[in-house]
Design a protein around this ligand. Structure first.
Ligand SMILES: Nc1nc2c(ncn2[C@@H]2O[C@H](COP(=O)(O)OP(=O)(O)OP(=O)(O)O)[C@@H](O)[C@H]2O)c(=O)[nH]1
Ligand SMILES: [Mg+2]
Length: 269
């Protein structure tokens, strides 16, 4: 089993388009309406590594086994998802099963593509999604804390976990992601996270889905997102899902030529 990465974000921002490009197949339906995806799409993708090819020339193994990543394309989340809005709770459990969140954020302008919030505003969009993930974490954590209270009277370990859970609840209530909590290295946090699998305790990467021009120069949208990412100790990658999708059917040299015609050296994927 490879590392599993869940594509998360508002509806209609390009998650399935990115998934198709990553998996080099058109297996996920991508279309211009919100909630196109409901059941998660899953794919296992080999990770190309030039070093492996070089090693193989020396060792001459019978076969080469690339390491793999498991991608899961998840339904769009909306405001209120943690309270069951959209098909909220079910989608959240799809996210819970993954190890890393790839948060796709719409940064491209296109009047033909519906934005569920009415206009392009990546920072607001990120706050909506992260707000829902945080609320969902608060709910599971609060339930766990309530159950620990009785146990904590006689059990020292339970008391320590309860104390940490209460501290973490406060941290989340201030709008912070669990991954940035100061005690993530403690045994209590690890035990608690093992039990409740915090959504915002996962690694988060932002995928800024930009338009063609955005690949060459960072728009204000991307600059804002980069600032948010660095404040939260997260990586950000820039990609144009639509171009990545067009690259899929091309041979390597054709893809290179197409990219350089756009002034770009390397695919965002
Ligand atoms: N112009 C432009 N359109 C894009 C881009 N990425 C995706 N789209 C279009 O946006 C629409 C929605 O894309 P999807 O990939 O289905 O979006 P999604 O996030 O999976 O949507 P849900 O499954 O409904 O949550 C499709 O019509 C895509 O062709 C892009 O980079 N530029
Ligand atoms: Mg989709």
């Amino acid at each position: 089993m490879g590392l599993s990465i869940g594509l998360v974000g508002l509806p209609n921002v390009g998650k399935s388009t990115t998934f198709n490009a990553l998996t080099k197949a058109q297996n996920a339906e991508a279309a211009n309406y919100p909630f196109c995806t409901i059941e998660p799409n899953k794919a296992i993708v080999p990770v190309p590594d030039v070093r492996l090819q070089e090693l193989a020339k020396i060792v001459k193994p019978e076969r080469i086994q690339n390491s793999t990543l498991d991608f899961v394309d998840i339904a769009g989340l909306v405001k209120g998802a943690s309270k069951g809005e959209g098909l909220g709770n079910k989608f959240l459990s799809n996210i819970r099963e993954t190890e890393v969140i790839l948060h796709i954020v719409r940064c491209f302008e296109d009047d033909n593509i519906v934005h569920t919030e009415g206009n392009i505003h990546p920072l607001r969009d990120v706050e909506i999604i992260e707000g829902e993930l945080i609320l969902a974490d608060i709910e599971v954590l609060q339930n766990r804390a309530d159950r620990l209270k009785k146990q904590a009277k006689t059990d020292k370990n339970a008391a320590a976990i309860l104390a940490l859970a209460e501290e973490l609840l406060e941290f989340l209530a201030d709008g912070n992601l669990a991954k940035n909590f100061s005690k993530t290295d403690s045994d209590e946090y690890k035990q608690l996270n093992h039990e409740v699998r915090l959504l915002t305790g996962k690694e988060i990467m932002y995928g800024a889905n930009v338009d063609e021009e955005g690949l060459l120069e960072d728009s204000q949208y991307v600059l804002d997102l980069k600032e948010h990412a660095s404040k939260n100790n997260c990586e950000l990658i820039k990609l144009c899902a639509k171009i990545e999708e067009e690259l899929v059917g091309l041979e390597d040299d054709e893809a290179e030529e197409f990219l350089s015609s756009l002034g770009v050296h390397e695919s965002g994927l």
